[in-house]
Design a binder for this molecule. Structure first.
Ligand SMILES: [Zn+2]
Length: 297
């Protein structure tokens, strides 16, 4: 509204216009707000103006040709980042990223102890149960279990982020197959995509029961997908997979995880409360993100 308009518009109309704008914002962003307050109350550091601010370095200028991964991570993380460094805290209508600062943990055992404390040992027991039942996890070739993944996605009609309708109704087209290709070490250790699977032997052979897709750009690993088979969830298979992925990240034996500082798993307000609790119990914490590269797109 220009100054002239302001002078010519009666105050009552101006007030109502402001109210209408506020109401629209409240209605539109209500789910975000409704989820935020109770969820963030689990952490010290709320309100969000006091949350730690993390500067990510995606290393766009690495010159490795790993541009696909850095672009995907950038596109995924961008909506979760602070737009302006001039703004204190986070914008009211921006989501709150859930992050593990891997450097805060001495190693895998340190992190696992924290999870056991947060869950009174429940998650560890759940993962142990899955291992006892014969589930094993490993990295797999990219898109090497596409058909299995289709079945896995369709195995549970209702997911924490909504209803998986298409996958449930339509079977996968014949062109979608399991190549079962072995994983190839990433060309660049700092820009990659790595797929993980959890399997168990059945009468029909090995079955994919949980799947994770992780992408790295610079000092951050982004959880692009993390999903379990509906029939195997009570066996603790997703918990087993998470523990094994974290062991890989925190033991740092693989050169591909050297220098990873942050693991980002979406944001606090998304999905049903079960998804949020899953992150919280695995020691993800709300933090504010900035992209620190000078040459960010
Ligand atoms: Zn690179």
């Amino acid at each position: 509204m220009s100054l002239v308009e302001k002078v010519l518009t009666p105050p009552a109309v101006r007030r109502n216009a402001h109210k209408a704008k506020l109401l629209w914002k409240r209605l539109f962003f209500w789910p975000l707000h409704a989820a935020r307050k109770p969820r963030l109350s689990n952490f010290a550091g709320a309100p969000r103006s006091t949350l730690p601010i993390v500067r990510l370095r995606l290393e766009f200028d690495h010159g490795c040709g790993g541009g696909d991964s850095s672009l995907s991570v950038f596109n995924s993380i961008k909506p979760l980042t602070r737009r302006s460094r001039a703004v204190k805290g986070a914008r009211a209508f921006a989501p709150t990223p859930m992050v593990i600062d891997l450097r805060e943990h001495q190693g895998f055992d340190d992190w696992a102890k924290k999870v056991s404390k947060l869950t009174e040992g429940k998650y560890r027991r759940s993962a142990n149960k899955a291992r006892r039942l014969g589930y094993v996890t490993r990295t797999i070739g990219i898109d090497s279990y596409k058909r299995s993944l289709h079945a896995l996605t369709a195995s549970k009609p209702r997911r924490s982020k909504g209803v998986v309708v298409v996958a449930s109704i339509l079977g996968p087209p014949p062109s979608v197959i399991d190549t079962k290709a072995p994983p190839i070490p990433p060309a660049c250790p700092r820009h990659w995509r790595v797929d993980w699977g959890a399997f168990r032997d059945t009468d029909d052979g090995e079955r994919l029961d949980a799947y994770a897709l992780l992408m790295r750009a610079g000092d951050v690993v982004w959880v692009q997908a993390f999903i379990g088979h509906g029939a195997a969830l009570t066996d603790g298979v997703t918990k087993l997979l998470m523990f094994d992925v974290m062991r890989w990240l925190l033991e740092r034996r693989d050169p591909a995880v050297e220098g990873v500082h942050y693991l980002v798993h979406g944001y606090a307000e998304e999905g049903r409360v079960g998804l949020f609790d899953w992150k919280r119990y695995f020691a993800f914490e709300p933090m504010l993100l900035e992209i620190g590269d000078a040459h960010a797109h």
